[in-house]
Design a protein around this ligand. Structure first.
Ligand SMILES: Nc1ncnc2c1ncn2[C@@H]1O[C@H](COP(=O)(O)OP(=O)(O)O)[C@@H](O)[C@H]1O
Ligand SMILES: [Mg+2]
Length: 253
């Protein structure tokens, strides 16, 4: 039965879709059966980030409104055979109840290991719809003050839901700024938000899904975390290059 994990944030543009897509890819690379579900109606772009936008004939609204079966709305990723995309719809003004979406995800759940839900930023109806469908949440923020304030609000909202786990991803971390004390460290952010730190993703010029750069290892580590594999110490030892330096710097400080 699939674990349903919602990826959410207070502010837009902090990396929810990037985290959802990359976590999906890494879980699929480990052989997990994954659905990446886009519930960010209106700003939907999970299919684009996964590179499958031209392959979908149906979306989640088609499944909800009975134009197709839930499974027919899935698009199998051409490179990762256990990774599926469930696209959203550009029509953002239609009311879609959390129950309707949950029914679709519950129908799919027995055939998958993970359903990752990309949610809209903020705390309105779309946020509620996405979180109400999930059992676990991953809050994404950047270290910037404007994002942190919104993350705090969303973090407090999340604590009001029946979730078995809330994790935190601090994205777009620049190790040079951390070292110079110009931004809060991911640990300080986790402490301020009172949410355990699940992953640190450094800022890089381009997040390629198949990048072999050190920073993509952050997503591997995140996938390992959800699979209950690779204790932190071991994973950390494998880090080299920029991320390694960053983690070593964190340890020293
Ligand atoms: N760690 C990172 N380093 C550099 N750019 C990033 C990183 N994470 C995300 N981005 C970029 O930031 C932009 C917003 O990311 P996205 O995942 O779409 O955010 P959201 O879904 O929260 O709106 C995208 O252009 C994305 O490629
Ligand atoms: Mg997004």
């Amino acid at each position: 039965m699939a674990r349903k994990i919602v990826v959410t944030s207070g502010k837009g543009g902090v990396g929810k879709t990037t985290v959802t897509a990359n976590l999906g890819v890494q879980l699929a690379k480990n052989g997990c059966r994954v659905v990446v579900c886009d519930l960010d109606f209106g700003l939907n772009n999970v299919d684009v980030v996964l590179g499958v936008e031209n392959l979908s004939s149906f979306d989640v609204i088609d499944a909800i409104e009975g134009r197709c079966r839930p499974k027919q709305a899935l698009v199998r990723h051409p490179h990762y055979p256990t990774l599926y995309s469930l696209a959203s719809n550009r029509i953002s003004d239609r009311y879609v109840s959390p129950q309707a979406v949950r029914l679709i995800l519950d129908t799919l759940a027995p055939q998958f290991d993970y359903i990752l839900i990309d949610s809209p930023a903020g705390i309105d109806e779309g946020f509620h719809r996405a979180v109400a469908c999930a059992e676990e949440a991953l809050l994404v923020t950047t270290p910037h003050i404007s994002a942190l304030r919104d993350a705090d609000r969303v973090g407090n909202m999340l604590k009001g839901y029946r979730l078995s786990r809330i994790g935190l991803v601090v994205n777009m971390v620049r190790s040079d700024l951390v070292r110079r004390g110009e931004i809060l460290t991911p640990e300080e952010i986790a402490k301020a938000l009172r949410i355990p730190l699940t992953a640190i993703v450094p800022e890089e010029d381009k997040i390629f899904l198949e990048n072999v750069a050190d920073r993509v290892k952050a997503f591997k580590q995140l996938a390992n975390f959800y699979m209950g594999a690779a204790p932190e110490e071991e994973t950390e030892k494998k880090y080299t290059g920029l991320l390694g330096a960053f983690l070593r710097g964190l340890k020293k400080s």
